[in-house]
Design a protein around this ligand. Structure first.
Ligand code: AMP
Ligand code: MG
Length: 502
């Protein structure tokens, strides 16, 4: 639709002091694209604290210049061009050799005062050579979902890409229905994915694969630069970050929904918030995504799928390994097996903390699993179940009638075991504090996200989105006036299916 309607005059956008280390990589890594201006760019959200953290100097930049910048009406670097990244990936188990940024493109990178480098990327900024049959655009709904959920994940202490801005385009996008268009500005430690490695391995482009290996290590794992076997060292490092990440997802009931290898980062950040969801009542193999008909990416399948994806990374890296392929494969399998141990450890740590345990041991595993069984059998809301525990630390407190565990017959016997275990954990006040720090009260519940999207899409009302952001940006701090944001959905509010809407 862009170009069909004359765009208003584009303001002079700020250069932002962006660097272009990715654009400086060889041509095989990207395509430079001219901006596709939109009809009426309007900035509807800017993440002030994030802009500040990045050191972006936006004060004094006019409103229209900001809107043009974040709608992709002009590019501040590379001779006025945006950078679309090349990658491939396994989608639902099938290898697709030609994906790439079809509706996203980099503006460039910022380096913060602390020397951290971040990509600034626009999502929904128009077609690129990787768009295939897509329009290169994004609908406002999915943009809001990504903004809210990624910022919530960050506040929960989970590594993630972040969201800097939402600009609406004044154009409509056609999916199953017609939706208002928008552009999300995404901030990431980088956008390197498992699929980026697969891209060059599949083409037998050893030179690019080597360049990518060095670039990824320099950018994310400088501590392994002197390792003897760089491909294996990178594999081990990514495995550790991903094992830690998935354990954190599990601990908040997060279901990514599309764990394709192009949606798994080398940095260990959560990326690509499509049909993602937070579990309401606890169900181990819960699936929300409408496109995940086999339950491949169910809640409880996520660790296994992460390992499957990391095995694809290992295969891509094997192409570079020193020595014979067979010996290299054997070594890679050993490193891959490290995922299970690492994940088990991170999971125990994260879930143990949710029960107030400072140093959970293997012997605590049954206590955790038994609590999950209590939640499962009585159909109890995952987030509320854990959040309520702080009121049960000491026996006399539980006189407070708590509706959360109503009908959960196994709760009382479990509670006895838990309290017994807590005797080794110090004063009850300290335990309560730890429970509060480990168990969020506010998460971006599916029905609240849908409500925010509905209001913005249909009535141009961004208030519900703002209110939800206010709740989830301090997820552990119960506040007055935000009561309904802490509650599970009413039966008629339950979201059963999520859509990627791309
Ligand atoms: P995702 O589902 O976001 O992981 O996207 C998978 C692939 O489809 C990526 O290569 C995207 O760039 C591409 N894609 C998704 N939506 C669009 C769109 N509207 N236009 C062009 N490419 C798209
Ligand atoms: Mg993707």
């Amino acid at each position: 639709m862009s170009g069909a309607v004359k765009t208003s005059v584009i303001a002079a956008i700020p250069a932002l002091g962006l660097e272009q280390s990715y654009a400086a990589l060889p041509e095989s890594f990207h395509a430079l694209v001219a901006p596709s201006p939109v009809r009426a760019a309007k900035l509807v959200r800017l993440n002030g604290p994030l802009a500040e953290k990045l050191g972006l100097e936006l004060d004094g930049v006019g409103e229209q210049a900001l809107a043009d910048l974040f709608a992709g009406n002009a590019a501040p670097g590379n001779g006025g061009r945006l950078v679309a990244m090349a990658y491939s990936g396994h989608q639902f188990g099938q290898f697709n050799p030609g994906l790439g940024d079809g509706r996203a493109a980099l503006l460039g990178e910022v380096v913060t005062k602390d020397g951290e480098r971040f990509d600034i990327q626009l999502k929904g900024s128009g077609p690129t050579p990787f768009s295939r049959r897509g329009d290169g655009r994004a609908a406002l709904g999915p943009v809001i979902r990504e903004y809210v959920v990624s910022e919530a994940m960050h506040a929960l202490g989970i590594p993630t890409t972040r969201s800097l801005a939402i600009a609406t385009t004044g154009e409509m996008v056609i999916r199953e229905q017609i939706h208002p268009g928008a552009v999300l500005t995404r901030v990431a430690a980088s956008h390197l994915r498992i699929g980026t490695f697969q891209h060059f391995a599949a083409r037998g482009d050893i030179q690019s694969l080597k360049t990518l290996l060095d670039y990824a290590i320099a950018r994310h794992y400088p501590q392994i630069e002197t390792a003897e076997n760089l491909p294996l060292a990178l594999l081990g490092a990514v495995i550790d970050r991903q094992a830690s990440l998935i354990a954190k997802w599990m601990a908040v009931g997060f279901i990514h929904g599309v764990m394709n290898t192009d949606n798994m980062t080398i940095s260990g950040e959560t990326i690509d918030y499509g049909p993602c969801a937070f579990m309401d009542h606890y169900e181990h193999y819960k699936v929300y995504s409408s496109i995940d008909q086999q339950g491949r990416y169910a809640y409880g399948a996520q660790p296994m799928i992460a390992k499957w994806n990391l095995t694809r990374l290992a295969e891509a890296l094997l192409v570079l390994a020193d020595g014979g392929q067979e010996a290299a494969a054997e070594a890679a399998v050993k490193v891959l097996d490290g995922f299970d141990t690492a994940f088990a450890g991170y999971w125990l740590e994260a879930m143990g903390a949710k029960l107030g345990l400072t140093a959970p041991a293997e012997t605590d595993r049954p206590l955790i699993l038994d609590f999950l069984t209590v939640l499962h059998k009585a159909g109890i809301d995952f987030t509320s179940g854990f959040a309520a525990l702080e009121t049960f630390v000491v026996e006399k407190e539980s006189g407070v009638f708590d509706t959360v565990f109503e009908g959960a017959e196994d709760f009382e016997p479990w509670l006895e075991k838990w309290r017994k275990r807590l005797e080794a954990e110090g004063k009850s006040n300290a335990i309560r504090d730890r429970l509060r720090r480990a168990n969020p009260v506010y998460i971006p519940r599916n029905h609240l996200v849908e409500e925010a999207i509905r209001e913005a899409e249909h009535s141009g009302n961004f208030e519900p989105m703002e209110k939800l952001l206010q709740a989830v940006s301090k997820p552990f701090e119960r506040r007055e006036g935000l009561e309904r944001y802490a509650l599970p959905p009413q039966p008629d509010e339950v979201v059963h299916r999520t859509f990627c809407g791309t």
